[in-house]
Design a protein around this ligand. Structure first.
Ligand code: SF4
Length: 447
């Protein structure tokens, strides 16, 4: 049962040493009670207290790692219902289905699409995260044959083995040993056998039920059989049911600390109509899915879902930033122009995109402004003449250039004189106010 802040406080060292990042032990205890902190932040807590507080400090949605290596996906660990309360932790994984009724060529094509799905957006790598093998034929032999193809051609991609047939699951699981695959398909009639396979292979078990009552009874039963890591499927397939069930599951876990539903949720969104499928997938991403399974990889759909997922799983209280450095756009020569802007991701991507459009190879100095846009950073004193001069000097970019001209955004034209004072020998040119005027500006200069 969840403990109150005061109950937790009684078990803390009460030295108010601040090592946990909170001003007092009581403040830390309150955060623990609200699940907005974890016990390991206090280095001095006793072993006895750790044991008692373990449950109180554990995230209400069990953390689970799916897959191995660089492409492993983390799930769960969520502590809130709404992202304005606290950042959502682990983005929903997108898995694409490969049926065992597909030919080897069809399966291979999907695998190649998954492997090539990665894009870079606002500095983050986004991709289709997983493959879901489904036993659509009902034939264990065909399922094993498909599992062999995927294990051989996509061994780095996290895999979900979807079958309700324990023999088929066991044969496929052996092909993904040490890959932390998910075996999905445990239900009321095969729970013992599927639990044994998951335990033997140290894999997460996907539990399927018809409704939340059956689901919570089933997870309790499977937990008693010794399986800790589960992903859960309430059986919801329509948008309305997905929203309702996923919300009730998250609420039960977060607000009531109801352990039988405190697991990541898997939703199956496959539809023949790609647009409908994308809409349904978006519902899952917005409302608490940890894994969504779709039936095709299409670039437009990926981009829409990746973007939505990225927006939901960023911290609304922290601006997105890119690294401070000088970015080459094209293959700049010593005489190529040098421009400067701030490190707000959107600013960087808009400005760099317009420079690319100009086809004029350039250098773009992106200065750390704590993720603020140009005017906001200037108003906040984070994009000043002194700071710009210091950044340009320390970057050493001068050595790679045959000129000393820096183009600043038109919105901070007021800084041109003071930058020239702080950067002796440099010419400061005022560029356009809006990024979309950069192509014409650069082309005119290059002419
Ligand atoms: S680190 Fe531990 S002892 Fe120190 S203030 Fe935080 S809770 Fe208290």
């Amino acid at each position: 049962m969840a403990l109150s802040g005061v109950e937790i406080f009684k078990m803390l060292p009460k030295t108010n040493c601040k090592k946990c990042g909170h001003p007092t032990c009581l403040a830390f205890a309150m955060k623990l009670a609200q699940r907005q902190a974890t016990l390991d932040s206090c280095p001095d807590v006793s072993e006895e207290a750790k044991k008692v507080l373990g449950e109180a400090s554990a995230p209400p949605v069990r953390p689970i790692t799916f897959g191995a290596g660089d492409l492993a996906v983390k799930m769960g660990e969520e502590t809130v219902l709404f992202r304005h309360d606290k950042k959502f932790v682990n983005p929903c994984a997108i898995a694409v289905e490969i049926k065992d009724t597909f030919s080897e060529a069809e399966a291979t094509k999907i695998i190649e699409q998954v492997l090539a799905s990665e894009i870079d957006r606002v500095g983050q790598k986004l991709r289709v995260d997983a493959i879901a093998l489904t036993n659509a034929s009902g034939d264990a032999g065909k399922f094993e044959a498909l599992a062999k193809i995927v294990a051989a051609k996509a061994s780095v991609v996290p895999t979900i083995i979807c079958t309700e047939n324990p023999q088929a699951a066991e044969a496929a699981a052996k092909l993904f040993a040490d890959k932390r695959a998910i075996i999905y398909g445990a239900n009321a009639s095969n729970a013992e056998a599927m639990a044994n396979i998951a335990k033997t292979n140290k894999m997460t078990l996907g539990v399927h039920a018809n409704g939340l009552e059956e689901l919570s009874a089933l997870t309790e039963k499977i937990k008693a059989l010794g399986v800790e890591d589960m992903v859960i499927d309430s059986g919801a397939r329509k948008a309305k049911d997905i929203i309702e069930h996923n919300t009730l599951i998250r609420r039960a876990a977060v607000k009531k600390n109801f352990k039988p539903l405190g697991y990541p949720v898997i939703n199956f969104m496959q539809r023949d109509d790609s647009l409908v499928e994308a809409l349904l997938a978006a519902v899952g991403i917005a409302k608490y899915s940890s894994i969504i399974v779709v039936n095709s990889v299409e670039k437009w759909k990926n981009l829409a879902l990746f973007t939505m997922r990225q927006n939901i799983y960023t911290d609304p209280q922290v601006p997105m930033q890119v690294e401070q450095k000088i970015y080459n756009i094209g293959e700049p020569k010593p005489e190529s122009p040098l421009m400067i802007t701030t490190n707000f991701s959107l600013t960087y991507f808009i400005v760099s995109g317009e420079i690319e459009n100009s086809k004029v190879a350039s250098r773009l100095a992106v200065m750390d402004s704590e993720g603020l846009s140009v005017l906001t950073a200037w108003a906040a004193g984070k994009f000043t003449a002194s700071k710009i001069a210091q950044f340009i000097t320390e970057s050493g970019i001068e050595k790679e250039m045959s000129h000393k001209e820096l183009i600043i955004p038109g919105y901070v034209a007021i800084l041109s004189g003071s930058i020239e004072d702080k950067l002796p020998g440099w010419k400061i040119t005022v560029g356009p106010r809006e990024a979309n005027a950069l192509p014409a500006f650069l082309k005119t200069r290059a002419a």
